[in-house]
Design a binder for this molecule. Structure first.
Ligand SMILES: Nc1ncnc2c1ncn2[C@@H]1O[C@H](COP(=O)(O)OS(=O)(=O)O)[C@@H](OP(=O)(O)O)[C@H]1O
Ligand SMILES: [Mg+2]
Ligand SMILES: [Mg+2]
Ligand SMILES: [Mg+2]
Length: 331
């Protein structure tokens, strides 16, 4: 019997419902609904509703499990937050079997305030990863992972705009990825229940590889990636997309290398930006480390404070890629 049966089913349900919220907001998105947070990243009613949906489903199924979520209810509080609060409440209740009251909504979002750490189990949620991609109508992902004693053991990722088969550009969009530690990685289409096992590319010659990289050069240096590409004699153009969909594309072999190359020395990656994606690549047969070759450490808290950047690739080429990364960045 596969592990974490109940957790897997609940996580899949929660992620698919959160994706429904995001798609519904996108259809009706008006710029007035975008709030600019102190860190300048746009956060929309969709981020907050998606977090409320996932957290309340998790809260009902696993009331003892804490959650490390990206968002909080600050923008929804008091008179100032009333308009946004009403919108988020209406949206959230559209997809939940049991509707929430206002106070339950705020409590559900703030269930995501857990500090994380190395003991016991907790979930981590990015209600919309790739917010910029979401706003543009490009790639974004709802990413949920379960962490036990500092190890990611379950990851579920919903990518509403991602083609199920990247080659079949007229085919259906909406890819759901599932990974369980020690049990492999799987993909299914949003509109079907049958899952297929997925594997990283079988490539052994790095010169034939392609990069899957961030759209925003402020999130990962494009110029450093270009230098690394030259060192590896890579000629294929990079596949650029927002969000952890990049990890999904590496996990199913669409592309071979995902690099996140620090642009600023002071930026520390957050656990919800990498927990689901890194387990997917690992379970699909790939390797994920930071740029120093260290495994990602999810046991410290909300941040990957022990790591710098990300290098994900299939296991045959990972060490060669890492070498090139280090050579390029030492200059
Ligand atoms: N300076 C900097 N460096 C590295 N990472 C950063 C930086 N600023 C933001 N972020 C985080 O990037 C998350 C989105 O990453 P992406 O890979 O999707 O970026 S991109 O859209 O492809 O460019 C994004 O996640 P979301 O906020 O969930 O969209 C941020 O957590
Ligand atoms: Mg954000
Ligand atoms: Mg994110
Ligand atoms: Mg986010």
């Amino acid at each position: 019997m596969a592990a974490l049966v109940a957790e897997r089913a609940v996580a899949v349900d929660a992620v698919l419902r959160a994706c429904q919220v995001c798609q519904s907001v996108f259809k009706h998105l008006v710029s007035g609904e975008t709030v600019v947070k102190a860190d300048k990243s746009p956060v929309t009613v969709a981020d907050l509703s998606a977090q409320a949906v996932v957290n309340s489903i998790l809260g009902r199924a696993f009331p003892k499990d804490p959650i490390v979520g990206e968002e909080d209810s600050a923008d929804l509080q008091g008179d100032q937050g009333k308009l946004l609060r009403n919108k988020v409440l209406a949206l959230t209740n559209q997809v939940l079997a049991e509707p929430l009251s206002e106070s339950q909504l705020l409590a559900a979002i703030d269930r995501g305030n857990y500090v994380g750490g190395s003991k016991g189990r907790h979930w981590t949620l990015d209600p919309i990863d790739g917010t910029q991609g979401f706003i543009r109508g490009d790639q974004f992902a709802v990413c949920l992972a379960l962490i036990e004693d500092g190890q990611v053991v379950l990851g579920v990722m919903g990518c509403p705009n991602l083609l199920v088969d990247l080659e079949d550009t007229k085919g259906s969009r909406g890819s759901l990825f599932i990974a369980i530690k020690g049990h492999g990685a799987f993909q299914r289409s949003f509109d079907a229940t049958n899952e297929q096992p997925i594997h990283v590319s079988q490539l052994t010659d790095p010169t034939m590889a392609s990069f899957c990289e961030s759209v925003m050069s402020s999130h990962s240096s494009h110029s450093d990636a270009e230098r690394i590409g030259q060192l590896l004699h890579i000629t294929k153009p990079p596949l650029r997309m927002d969000s952890q969909c990049k990890y999904g594309c590496i996990a199913r072999g669409d592309s071979d290398i995902y690099l996140r190359l620090p642009v600023r020395a002071d930026y520390v990656e957050k656990i919800w930006d990498h927990a689901t994606g890194s387990l997917l690549v690992h379970e699909a047969g790939g390797q994920v480390t930071d740029i120093d070759g260290k495994p990602l450490d999810f046991s410290i808290g909300r941040y990957l404070s022990a790591n710098r950047g990300i290098v994900a690739a299939n296991s045959s080429i990972h060490s060669r890629v890492l070498q090139a990364v280090q050579q390029a960045l030492s200059k």
